[in-house]
Design a protein around this ligand. Sequence first.
Ligand SMILES: [Zn+2]
Length: 297
Amino acid sequence: MKKLSVVLLFICFVVTSGIQANAAKGDTLVHEVHKKYGEFLIFDNSDVNDSERERVLVTYTIKDDKLTKPKIKTHQAKYQKMAKDKKTHNKLWKQFANMIPKKNRQEITQFQVFTDGHDELLAYVLPLNYSISNWALAVDYKDSIANKNMYYSTLVHEYGHILMYKQKQWNRMFSPFCSNYVSLGKCSNKNSRANQFYEEFWAGVLAKDWKTMRIDGEVDYEFYDLYEADFVTFYAMTDPDEDFAETFEYFLFTKEPTKTKKGKYKNLADAKLGFFFEDPQMLKLREKMLKNLLKHY
Ligand SMILES: [Zn+2]
């Protein structure tokens, strides 16, 4: 899930001397993307004040990478224009499909268009079956067309969730005795990205504080003060899932963080980025996505 929230943290990155060739290549692409299209991580709220209850307008089945079988989900007259605007829906799907290589997003079998007015919820992904093998990508009609860069960065965030729930990384038969990271009622496998991310950055004191320092589901100021440097954004503090997705989004649109002379990252937020930067598969994917973005923006 992705909500527009005030980004309270800024992380400074310096181009590294390029120990990993792939990171350097991707960093050059990040530079190109920013130069050509501008900012992808920090956004202001929209000026339009039309918040309303979230409602799904239409759902599509993805077949042969195309939107098929539209099902209108609202009968109210005021939503019909948005619900039947196939041209825009196709464009929004294409923006996602053109950026993420097809083989990396086979789980997404449904596309939904919803709205809750401008801002608030921008997009989300949701599993469609118990075994979490099929997912829907849902995007807010109004936000998606209001700010193209924000839409792209939101898509990257949502894809971060899909990446975390890649099939082979989870034990679909949930065990109540799971000792690895648990989410969506599933037990992650020991060597999964989800569990490694959790073990490295959340397990222990942070997870304990996160459980106790919350008001209405959001972390309180004390938690924020204590752990500010551990997260790429305030929204990443929501839970380990959002942290993973936010960090993936920053991984895509920022350059590789530098390390100290002792080979350490300067804070935990950088170390989380390092989690992706030190994964050759992720570096390859980053390069492909940035190239696609430059080609199809
Ligand atoms: Zn999210």
